[in-house]
Every structure is written in C-alpha cells, then in structure tokens.
Design a protein around this ligand. Sequence first.
Ligand SMILES: CC(C)(COP(=O)(O)OP(=O)(O)OC[C@H]1O[C@@H](n2cnc3c(N)ncnc32)[C@H](O)[C@@H]1OP(=O)(O)O)[C@@H](O)C(=O)NCCC(=O)NCCSC(=O)C1=CCCCC1=O
Length: 379
Amino acid sequence: MSLDWVPRDHELRDHKLFGDQYWGSDDDAPCVVYTKKPLTNPKSGEEVPGLYVAEIRLNNPRQYNSYTTEMVKGVIAGFGAASGDRSVVAAVFTATGFDAFCTGGNTKEYSEYYSRRPNEYGEYMDLFNGMVDAILMCKKPTLCRVNGMRVAGGQEIGMACDLAFASDLAIFGQAGARHGSAPDGGSTDFLPWMLNMEDAMWNCVSCEMWSAYKMKAKNLISKVVPVIKDGDKWVRNPMIITDKWIEDGEVVYGEYLKDRDAIKAARAQIKEANKSFELLDKEVGKVVWTFANLFPGCVMKSIDGIRAKKKFFWDQAKLPNRHWLMANMNYEAYLGFGAFNTKKITGTDTIDFIKMRQLIAEGAEANDAMFEAVLGKPK
Ligand SMILES: CC(C)(COP(=O)(O)OP(=O)(O)OC[C@H]1O[C@@H](n2cnc3c(N)ncnc32)[C@H](O)[C@@H]1OP(=O)(O)O)[C@@H](O)C(=O)NCCC(=O)NCCSC(=O)C1=CCCCC1=O
C-alpha cells in the first residue's frame, strides 16, 4: 500500500542565518573570500554536477593574512554557510599567497584600538570564540590548507580544523608570550592533544617557529608538500634539513640549516623561486574525494566524535580565557602589541623584558612610568 495519503510538505527550507555581507573579493582585502568550487574526481579530473567544496579564504596578504574584526565575522559566516549548504561536501580553510596562512589577530587593531579598551576586546573575543566554534560545529569535514606560516591565532583556528595539509614553506608556532598575550584561542587546549605534552608546552610558550616537516614528524599535520618548482622538478624547502634523519646522534630532520650564510642563500632562493600549489591542491582534493565517497551521516558522526575531545577543553576554558584576555589588554597586551606595532618607529619589536622583570622585582606599579621604561623609544 502506498503512503501517498500521509500529508507531506516538499518546499525546501532556507536555514541560513546570514547572507554574503561578510565576504569580499580578491580586490577587497582585508576580507574573507567565500567560494564554492566544483567537487572533482582526482583520478579523471571530471567535475561532479551539483556538488561543491566550500573554500573560506583569509585575504589580507599585506599583513600575513591576520584577521581583522570584520574578517572574523567572515570566517563565522563562511563555516556557517558551508555547514548549512546541502550541496557542499567539505570546507577548506586557506589564505591568499605563499607567505602566510595566518599570523593571528591583527596586531595593528589590537594595539591601536583594543588595548586599554578591555570591554571592546571582550566583545571581540566573543566573535573570536564564535569563529573557533563555527569551525568545530561545521557539519562538513574541515580541512586546513596551510598555504604558508600558521602562527599565533592562525595556528589556533588552523588546529580547530579536522585535518591539515601544508606547503613546506609553512612554519608553525605561537607569538603570545612574546607579544603580550596567551595562546588561549585554542592552542592551550588543542596542542597537548596533537603534540606530546613536552612539545606542546615548549611550542606554546617559547614562541619558537617549527618547520612543516618537523610538525609532520610530530603529528600536528597530515601531509607536507613542496611548492617550489624548478622546471618539472619539485624542490623541497632549501632552508630545512629533509635529506637525513640523524646527525651526530641528534634528530635533525625538519630543523633549520645551522649555517647563517646557507640560510641567507636559501631565503633568497625561496624569494626568487617559481611556486605552485599543484601538489597541495592534489592532496586536499584526494582527501575531499575520499569523504565524498563515504556515507555523509556516518562521516560527520565519526568526525564529531573526535572533535568532542578537542571541544572538551576548549569549551571549559573559552569563557574564563575571554575574561582574562580582556583584562590583559590593559597590561601586557598593551605593551606587547604596542611594541610590535611600533617597530618601525622604535627599531625594536618587543619590550625590554629584563627591565620589566627588574621593575616587578622592585614592586613597581604597572603605570605609564613603567610602560615608558620598558617600551622602545622613537628613533
Ligand atoms: C613571526 C612573524 C609571524 C613573522 O615574522 P617576519 O617573517 O619577520 O615578518 P614581519 O616583518 O614581522 O611581518 C611582515 C609584515 O606583516 C605584518 N604582520 C605580521 N603579522 C601581523 C599581524 N598578526 N597583524 C598585523 N600585521 C602583521 C608585519 O607588521 C609586517 O608589516 P610591515 O608593514 O612591517 O611590512 C611576525 O610577523 C609576528 O610575530 N607577527 C605577529 C604575530 C602576533 O603577535 N599575532 C597576534 C597574536 S595574539 C592572537 O592571535 C590571539 C588570538 C586569539 C586569542 C587571543 C590572541 O591573542
């Protein structure tokens, strides 16, 4: 017997919360660019009709794709759109150019607007937390296409994604303790899951930058590929040791070259080289195709089961962190972001840390006199 007699409504509902007002195009930097690209079979190269991959691209290359307040809204809107679009198979998070995926919050905005305006920064942090939540809540697999350095908040929003694939020119690390913040936008929560505790501790606090090869060896990311192309030949990042594992009893794979002149020459080679994301896009395409050929519901249930472990610490800490970050905008963040933002005026991009500790040792008040004593001076 047919079930035609059961009343049904077949008009598709629209579940979108917002439109495209938070996105821009290539020419609108700083902005987020949202694009639906056809799902493609990596073997045949054929595009699948009616199915897409959503690309959410940070577009602020002049400032290493750091996100401005408006861009944070664009990312939230992007992951929300990808999540709610029936035709989207996966969401790819990337950025413009070969230099940077993202170096975190916009230090100019932090220094010139948010420092000494703690309530304003609290409101901003609500958006930032919403951005990480939007990635972790997206009902599509999320892939970070690490086109360049992933630093500070860039590392945090990158780690919020399910999987990461990197250009071998990318470096990974935090900048918080150097520039007056704590990596509380996800790194203190995610790093200890993804690296071992000892590595998480050092990478989170030291502000050392680790190569993509080192991070692959330490399991932070899924794959590293070269982007320098010399004719038909792919050339691995010349600044990093990739041709041996051990030297003099120490693991050297993934470390920077030691010799200063060799580093200088490698940097110049990278600058001049012809570059292409062909291999990176191939890797991302293969993974998306794997997901596309699995049950969508089972894929998302499995992903959310893993994400729950990442969310466990993130959800516990995100609000207390927001309150601390807000208060800190009156103190160390004012100094740290101020120093970085005025490096062209003073010739130094950090405060005088030893002087600050000496003043603290004397029990000095945290007032303008202290700030003046530790900040650089106009040249
Ligand atoms: C270490 C660096 C990432 C790279 O150093 P280097 O390769 O030497 O490049 P620079 O000369 O420093 O940078 C090139 C130009 O880009 C500008 N830039 C870089 N990063 C930013 C940024 N985040 N915002 C704005 N502008 C940026 C830089 O000023 C240069 O411009 P110029 O006009 O001089 O050519 C290094 O760049 C670096 O340390 N960057 C800053 C990293 C940082 O402090 N980010 C913010 C951290 S805090 C954060 O992200 C948070 C997230 C949520 C929770 C709370 C929080 O604090």
